[in-house]
Design a protein around this ligand. Structure first.
Ligand code: FE
Length: 350
């Protein structure tokens, strides 16, 4: 995420997104408790506009995906959480399986969000809803790397890329989901051999976030990196001279366009299992599926909206263009997580 470290270290620090002292004077149903793993500055406008439109104040509690889930589990039935936002499909699946969400039946959500981007629906509505997607792409140094050497995920583990590869921690949800998808594509045995190859190819031990990998590729410390698309798009749109310099050095490739397609992850949300303000929670999810919020995901945080017909006004997304996406079921990716973590431990992928 893009918060400074000090802010992230203060996990679960309560941030009153639109907090004001007079809040207690309002009735309880006018406050929505949001547990969020989204830490994108442009989301602030999203929350502010919901409050403006509905009069419902948002009390936001920030953590990462794992922190949100741990907190929900620890709090159990007494949890004040109404809405939960996570930034990884596998974590959404896991939370669903652990009973941390409650199903929501909503014609609005069903019409706006494709079925493949919703949680399990056992007749009472889906357990969660995807609101935006992001691709896991490869960046490479234009001066030292040929595109055809890095245009598949498999090649990241090929000896021809020895000493060139940088990634964030293998255990980060973004990577766990990519690797979980690879298990579906090529089986467990080949995936583990591939992961071993990636470790053997590393220019340095995994560290930092996705943006750090892009910068390291630009500086020449690494030649090839892996990043979520929106971190790249953010740099593409930046006016800062240092960001422009970074983007002059690197190029992007959507892996596996001739094969299974590029891995795509989902950020989404759900109504918490023990939500006290269920109606407001559903209203918030519906707001996130609306044109205005979908536009914020696209134009504010450079993600792809899930609703059809949302207009993109984003030059970076336009420049990234259309691409072939993988068609691996989200539930399968989620189911592979534990297996993948064991592989990472065995091959020494930190
Ligand atoms: Fe992120």
């Amino acid at each position: 995420m893009n918060l400074p470290k000090t802010a992230r270290l203060g996990l679960l620090a309560i941030s009153m997104a639109l907090g004001f002292a007079g809040a207690q004077a309002q009735s309880d149903d006018k406050v929505l408790n949001l547990y969020s793993a989204r830490h994108y500055q442009t989301d602030e406008a999203l929350y502010a506009n919901f409050t403006k439109a509905t009069g419902i104040r948002i009390n936001r509690i920030d953590s990462d995906d794992a922190g949100v889930l741990t907190r929900l589990k620890n709090e159990g039935a007494s949890s004040p959480a109404d809405v939960v936002l996570l930034v990884d499909a596998a974590r959404l699946v896991k939370a669903e399986q652990e009973g941390l969400f409650q199903p929501v039946k909503s014609a609005t959500l069903e019409s706006r969000i494709p079925a493949a981007l919703r949680g399990t629906d056992a007749g009472k509505g889906a357990a969660w809803f995807g609101f935006s997607t992001r691709a896991r792409v490869v960046v490479y140094n234009k001066a030292t790397v040929k595109k055809e050497d890095v245009d598949t995920y498999a090649e990241l583990g090929d000896p021809k890329n020895k000493g060139r590869v940088c990634t964030r921690s293998g255990s980060h949800p973004y990577n766990l989901s990519l690797f979980g998808s690879m298990v579906e594509r090529m089986g467990a045995e080949k995936t583990e051999a591939w992961l071993k190859g990636v470790v053997d190819n590393m220019a340095r031990a995994p560290k930092g976030g996705d943006t750090d990998q892009i910068k390291a590729v630009a500086s020449g410390e690494c030649q090839v990196g892996v990043t979520n698309s929106y971190y790249l798009a953010r740099l593409m749109r930046s006016d800062k001279a240092e960001d422009r310099a970074v983007m002059e050095k690197v190029a992007v490739v959507f892996p596996d366009q001739q094969g299974a397609g590029t891995h795509v992850n989902v950020a989404g949300g759900a109504v918490a299992a023990h939500a006290k303000n269920r109606d407001a929670a559903v209203r918030f999810l519906e707001y996130l599926a609306g044109d205005e919020a979908q536009g914020y995901f696209a134009n504010g945080n450079n993600e792809w909206p899930v609703a059809r017909g949302v207009k993109l006004g984003n030059p970076a997304l336009d420049a990234l263009g259309d691409f072939k996406q993988e068609s691996v079921p989200i539930a399968a990716i989620g189911a592979n997580q534990a297996k993948v973590q064991q592989m990472l431990d065995r091959v020494g992928y930190k």
